[in-house]
Design a protein around this ligand. Structure first.
Ligand code: MN3
Length: 200
């Protein structure tokens, strides 16, 4: 099969003023599209080309070594971005009482959770994603590099924020903290809760 760019559930300008329309358009149509194009190129003319995304991942260890790294990076690049678009929503979403309770149980308060998320987002040089992750019965904050995903370690991401400069540079330039502070206004908490309660 050939992978295609998933449509967003909102327009490029829907997250203004917190994330600008130009950034959303370039991030979606250029950066995300490039992962898909490179994934399609990597699997073209292999017997894996007809596999679904999940089947492809499950069989990654038996892929020919010359395409394994490309499939891994671009498959996760595609999946991580698809996940990211869904945890964003035009302003107004609030965490439910149940979700807030789960976050407070692990962090003490929503304020502490956001403070620790910010520290994590700012602390690791070259970090590409900061995530809220379910690890057994606990929620933790975790940074990963490249397009690595906590699922590789058996953990489940329930909220992930893209920290590469292309996610915020047009609006915030070097001010990553401004981007992270702004993003709380457009988090889709209903989706985060769905992720928390999903099987994987
Ligand atoms: Mn990105």
């Amino acid at each position: 099969m050939t992978y295609t760019l998933p449509a967003l559930n909102y327009s490029y300008d829907a997250l203004e003023p917190y994330i600008d329309a130009k950034t959303m358009e370039i991030h979606h149509t250029k950066h995300h599209q490039t992962y898909i194009d490179k994934l399609n190129t990597a699997i073209a003319n292999t017997e894996r080309a007809d596999k679904s995304l999940v089947e492809l991942l499950q069989s990654i260890d038996i892929l020919p070594s010359d395409i394994k790294a490309a499939v891994k990076n671009h498959w996760w690049g595609h999946r991580n971005h698809s996940f990211f678009w869904k945890v964003l929503v035009p302003t107004g979403s609030q965490p439910s009482a149940a979700l807030e309770k789960a976050i407070v149980a692990s962090f003490g308060s929503m304020t502490t959770f956001k403070e620790r998320f910010m520290v994590s987002a700012l602390s690791v040089f070259g970090s590409w994603w900061t995530r809220l992750v379910k690890d057994r019965d606990e929620l933790i904050i975790k940074n990963t590099s490249n397009q690595d995903n906590p699922l590789m370690l058996g953990e489940k991401a329930i909220l992930g924020i893209d920290l590469r400069e292309h996610a915020y540079y047009l609006k915030s330039q070097n001010r990553r903290s401004e981007y992270v502070e702004n993003i709380w206004n457009v988090i889709n908490w209903a989706q985060v809760e769905e992720n928390l309660n999903s099987k994987r």
